[in-house]
Design a binder for this molecule. Structure first.
Ligand SMILES: [Mn+2]
Length: 388
């Protein structure tokens, strides 16, 4: 069990929302047609449901006509976000349009290793270097939420007329008035393959002698990671069909799996052992684990290496909900992570967003977190009581 369960929760969260009504969409088109004052249009746009306002073909046309393109995605990019950025950058290169990636970090090194010679600027959010005005088009992929764009949000607001969006999430803001949103895509890259096709580019474009750095590889990185390597609900026939196309285009799936998923340090696996040694069942359906500050000192693991550990007790048949309590001595807080399984055959599940609320936290139905000022042992007792 690794980070991919986290990805599953995010993806499931985006799939369970019904599509917005069609009525407001027509209003959006009406507003555009009568060319209302820009500010009015912007405020109308903010009220618009998060759904497509243009077509892949129109975006392909915009890309061909562009002089210099900025490509970005949500901060702390995951495999789908970075894969989407790389796929658009390589597509621009294939049609001879200059393009730069601008990504707000941090981004895991195992993902960055797929960049090859494709230029991606990793912006440090604490000391951000911002883009110049020398872009006539900006493409935002795998998000449409202002908060996720962090330090790049002001630049995108200032260049709103140049921004187009491609996303597969159900919720988003008015980052891109021209956008294509398809929640039926298992990854953003599953949407982007239509753009690559519309541009008439070979999926193997960019491949080196070792089959690396192609558009297909970038698309597969997003597809494989967002579907939990084709195990989650969002891996449907269309995702397998796309995988087949990408493998036929030369993707080395076994090398990619190793390069993305099997990169833990020894210290991280030892930290995992520490967590597991504290595993406690609370009743039949809840599990709790604890990591003390000393566990990090003694294993040499970093705080960020706890990612995914909370999910391990999900392997237990009866477990429906898990909690991981982590002592962060440097920050003087105790961190809580909660996860739950989707509804089983009896239709029952635990809403961890509700569970985290009394701890001053929240999140999603199946993934939530919180921070407490109390000492570890006090928090552990509170969590045990909440799970009982
Ligand atoms: Mn995604």
């Amino acid at each position: 069990m690794t980070r991919d369960q986290l990805r599953q929760h995010r993806t499931l969260g985006s799939l369970d929302t019904p599509r917005a009504t069609h009525r407001l969409y027509t209003l959006d088109k009406f507003a555009a047609r009568i060319n209302v004052h820009h500010q009015l249009f912007t405020s109308l746009n903010a009220l618009m449901p998060y759904q497509s306002t243009t077509t892949i073909e129109a975006i392909a046309h915009d890309l061909r006509a562009a002089r210099r393109v900025l490509v970005t995605t949500h901060a702390k990019p995951d495999g789908d976000a970075l894969g989407s950025v790389l796929a658009v950058l390589r597509s621009c290169a294939a049609i001879g349009v200059a393009a730069d990636g601008w990504v707000v970090g941090p981004c895991e090194g195992n993902l960055r290793s797929f960049e090859g010679s494709t230029l991606v600027r990793h912006v440090d959010p604490r000391a951000p270097e911002l883009p110049s005005d020398d872009y006539d088009l900006a493409v935002v992929v795998d998000t449409g939420a202002w908060t996720q764009l962090e330090v790049l949000a002001p630049w995108l607001r200032a260049h709103a007329d140049k921004v187009i969006g491609l996303d597969h999430h159900a919720r988003g803001d008015d980052v891109a008035s021209r956008r294509v949103i398809d929640v039926s895509c298992g990854s953003c890259t599953a949407l982007l393959v239509r753009l690559v096709d519309a541009l008439g580019i070979d999926l193997a474009w960019g491949a080196d002698a070792h089959r690396k750095c192609s558009i297909a590889e970038a698309l597969y990185m997003g597809l494989a990671t967002d579907t939990g390597w084709f195990r989650f609900q969002n891996a449907r026939a269309s995702e397998y069909a796309l995988a087949a196309r990408l493998l036929a285009a030369g993707v080395d799936k076994d090398a990619m799996y190793q390069q993305i998923e099997q990169t833990s340090r020894v210290a991280r696996v030892k930290l995992q052992a520490r967590a597991l040694s504290t595993l406690e069942m609370v009743g039949q359906h809840a599990a709790m684990m604890t990591l003390r500050a000393d566990d990090f000192v003694e294993t040499g693991a970093l705080l960020e290496e706890t990612a995914g550990i909370v999910n391990i007790p999900m392997e237990i048949n009866s477990v429906r909900v898990c909690a991981l309590v982590v002592e962060d001595r440097a920050a003087g807080v105790t961190k809580l992570s909660f996860r739950s399984k989707p509804a089983g055959s009896d239709g029952k599940f635990v809403d961890v967003n509700v569970l985290a609320a009394p701890f001053g936290g929240g999140g999603h139905v199946h993934a939530a977190g919180a921070k407490q000022r109390d000492a570890l042992d006090v928090v552990v007792n509170k969590v045990r009581a909440a799970l009982a």
